[in-house]
Design a protein around this ligand. Structure first.
Ligand code: PEP
Length: 252
């Protein structure tokens, strides 16, 4: 039985005051019960501050991006060791906004995945198709290409310490959630692809769903056999909304 992971991607939002309030609200409202973990990924400038607020709670700290380099003349970049230094346990890699808006290729994502692990953190590898790709019937092909790029560079054993997030691009920030059945189909496909390489890892790995997950649709999604949590954008910006999803993870 895999635990649920409910992760909030705060994206480029907030301020010192707003993010302190959000983090405190989440810590204070963590549901009773087991079988789940919460994670928040604030913007870089607030990582240390939010990390202090999370101390001693069941809420982990993560980053939204990372450099694949360790140190040196890379203006504007943030090294994996720096994220580890401020208390990050997880890093989101290959979010569709990074791929689409900042030109991150499958290989660049794979390099960030490896750099994250080299610093002792867990990458959350985002995979997902656009609406055009889904309508063209190429969802599995796109997911396989994105996944295989990481397997080819990092090796399958790297998935021992990794999380995968299936995030259909057409569902991110649009209010258009994949149905539980649509999401389950792709999650099952991803797990089967990993099982083709290592059955034990496939059974163990957490595969999160991301794309307009909210308190009301979370129970249906989290009730599917291959969905092990959520990567949440919009609904992670208000403690009560995020905690409603967390509550669904406890009950599922
Ligand atoms: C995301 O950006 O990872 C995401 C899932 O966003 P939203 O929940 O707003 O669709």
């Amino acid at each position: 039985m895999r635990d649920f992971l409910v992760a909030g991607n705060w994206k480029m939002n907030g301020s010192i005051a707003a993010n302190a309030e959000l983090a405190s609200g989440i810590v204070e409202g963590v549901p009773q019960g087991g079988g789940f973990r919460l994670l928040v990924c604030p913007p870089f400038p607030y990582l240390a501050m939010v990390g202090d607020i999370l101390q001693g709670s069941n809420v982990a700290l993560g980053a939204q991006n990372v450099s694949d380099r360790e140190s040196g003349a890379f203006t504007g970049e943030t090294a994996p060791s720096m994220l580890k230094d401020v208390g990050c346990e997880f890093v989101i890699v290959g979010h569709s906004e990074r791929r689409a808006l900042y030109g991150e290729t499958d290989d660049a994502v794979a390099a960030k995945f490896m750099a994250t692990q080299s610093a002792g953190m867990i990458p959350i590898l985002c995979l997902g198709e656009t609406l055009e790709e889904r309508e063209a019937g190429t969802t599995a092909e796109v997911i396989d290409r994105q996944f295989d790029a990481v397997v080819d560079m990092a090796g399958v054993s790297a998935f021992e310490d990794a999380v995968i997030a299936y995030e259909p691009v057409w569902a991110i920030g649009t209010g258009m959630t994949a149905t539980p059945e649509q999401a389950q189909d792709v999650h099952k496909h991803i797990r089967a692809r990993l099982a083709g390489l290592d059955v034990g890892l496939a059974e163990k790995i957490q595969i999160l769903y991301g794309g307009s997950m909210k308190g009301d649709n979370a129970p249906g999604l989290l009730g599917m056999p291959d969905i092990d949590g959520g990567l949440i954008g919009g609904a992670s910006l208000k403690a009560s909304d995020f905690l409603a999803i967390a509550a669904a993870a406890v009950q599922s």
